[in-house]
Design a protein around this ligand. Structure first.
Ligand code: TXE
Length: 484
């Protein structure tokens, strides 16, 4: 890889990655291997071992041993913080390498991935501070005969199953917090995007994390992932992915050791735009909110709920902005939307676009697969005249497809926004503080943006207002939920 060149290109040969147990990279050996093809370039880019459930058992055992002998959980918060700060430096030093492999496996634009990996540095730094400020509570109101002390203890071995849409970011929204509080980890990345999760193992070891505290088992969901959810020696599991798999995880946890769960699942998030908003800003935000990561984002603003008086004018503004989004080679610095990450996702999105047309919505932009000579790309797409009963209004498409739905009154806007089984995130655009506060209080969403979208930082926890969206929290999620 030559990241100093002005224009990056895919590797001549795919790079072999191993999996990571007890501080060691383990090559595939006799195991089967996944060969990942870049969804943008149609060439093989990485190869990773298809681990077995025996490999998972070895990783859980390493994590359990590391936890039980207190090589990490027994350190002071200050010592743990020192390792996390060094890891932050390590990520910064290898940012270009992480970004390069992530672009190739995921099809995301390089400029975007650099930003995401930079954000991960901040999460490690923030978690380092939290490691030092963890504390319990005391109860001195129980009468003279009794005094209560509550300590916060690490839960033990934490499994982390991640998806392909933000492989490194979603991992780093969890790992530093889980480590800050003294736990051990077994991570299972998506089989499509595993490289950066393995690279993090090297970075953590170099930063001084004791062997066995962070382990990575690469493999398929139905084998390694399912076995992790069923494992009797995994104390907690963080899962980010589809609602369907989330259900399987809940069932597996219930059928095994009732492990504690953190789930982040689907979304069908509203962008509510009032006529009194700064329309230029709002149009930028709406275009960004659905275009970012090609709409493959659980908090994408997929439903534009816009005041009827400005609906046509505003839809036109958004259309104009979305038509200027540059879609193409994710290794190109100027690309804003790259490839659709998986073949299955590509088929799903194109299926919803066809369904939207069949159901009578009006296609005003895009709707096509874009032919770039190689790879799979979908044009930013907008549907108007969308009825609340249509599939494109109700179901998570997970692609760059915006459904426009007008409203007449504030109550109607809230009703349309809440007419979803999800309830993950929402945005409102207005200059009127009363409207903004009313909407944020009455629309069910775990995360709300006013006059912005998809913004945040490690300081901000997020939640979900419905179980279908998942009960997991990012950021401080681990520290709030992971301690017994
Ligand atoms: O997800 P899966 P898929 C949504 C999005 C997308 C749909 C399907 O709508 O179209 O889900 O994506 C692992 N036990 N999101 O099929 O299968 C799998 O290996 C344990 C939203 O890719 O849920 C991967 O590591 N694990 C989402 C992870 O689960 C299992 C992000 C996610 O894969 C498993 C991604 C099993 N039985 C998709 N089966 C978000 N919230 O951002 C699979 N896995």
């Amino acid at each position: 890889m030559d990241t100093s060149a002005t224009r990056l290109s895919p590797p001549e040969q795919p790079r072999d990655f191993g999996f990571f147990v007890d501080g060691q990279i383990i090559p595939a050996g006799e195991r089967e291997v996944f060969e990942r093809h870049s969804p943008a370039h149609d060439v093989p880019v990485t190869r990773l071992p298809k681990c077995t459930t025996n490999d998972l058992d070895s990783a859980v055992k390493a994590a359990r041993t590391a936890f039980s002998d207190r090589r990490w959980s027994g350190l002071s918060g200050a010592d743990r913080a020192a390792v996390l700060l060094k890891a932050a430096e390590g990520i910064r030093a290898r940012l270009e390498e992480i970004a390069y492999w992530e672009v190739l496996e995921s099809g995301k634009p390089i400029s975007q991935v650099r930003g995401e990996v930079g954000g991960c540095v901040g999460m490690f730094e923030y978690a380092a501070g939290l490691a030092r400020s963890l504390h319990g509570d005391s109860f001195n109101n129980l009468g003279d005969g009794m005094f209560g002390i509550m300590t916060r203890e690490p839960i033990g071995v934490v499994g982390i199953i991640t998806p392909w849409n933000f492989p490194f970011l979603i991992l780093c929204e969890r790992v530093p917090y889980v480590l800050a509080s003294g736990n051990s980890i077994v991570a299972k990345p998506s089989e499509f995007t595993s490289a950066s999760t393995v690279i993090l193992g090297e970075i953590l070891t170099e930063a001084g994390l004791p062997d066995g505290v962070y382990n990575v088992v690469t493999g398929t969901g139905p084998t390694v992932g399912q076995a992790m959810a069923e494992h009797m020696d995994v104390d907690m599991l963080s899962f980010t992915g589809s609602t369907r798999t989330g259900r399987a995880i809940v069932a597996a946890a219930g059928a095994s050791n009732f492990k504690k769960l953190g789930l982040e699942l689907g979304g069908k998030n509203p962008q509510i735009v009032f006529a009194d908003a700064d329309l230029e800003d709002a149009a930028d935000g709406v275009a960004f909110g659905i275009g970012f990561n090609g709409g493959q984002c659980c908090v994408s603003g997929a439903r534009l709920i816009v005041e009827a008086a400005i609906a046509d004018e505003f839809a036109q503004m958004v259309t104009e902005k979305m038509s200027r989004i540059s879609v193409g080679d994710p290794l190109d610095e100027s690309t804003q939307i790259g490839a659709i990450t998986t073949d299955a996702q590509n088929t799903t999105i194109m299926g919803y676009i066809a369904k939207g047309q069949e159901e009578g919505a009006e296609l005003v932009l895009g709707g096509d697969a874009l032919d770039m000579g190689r790879g799979q790309f979908i044009a930013p797409t907008i549907f108007k005249n969308v009825d609340a009963s249509m599939a494109i209004a109700r179901e998570e498409i997970f692609g760059p497809v915006l459904a426009v739905m007008p409203f007449e009154t504030l109550d109607e806007a809230i009703e349309i926004a809440n007419d979803t089984e999800y309830g993950l995130a929402a945005s409102v655009w207005t200059k009127n503080i009363d409207k903004a506060l009313t909407v944020t209080r009455r629309v069910q969403a775990g995360r709300f943006w006013v006059n912005t979208t998809l913004a945040g930082g490690p300081e901000l926890p997020i939640g979900a207002s419905s179980n279908l969206a998942g009960a997991g929290k990012l950021g401080q999620w681990a520290l709030k939920n992971i301690l017994k």
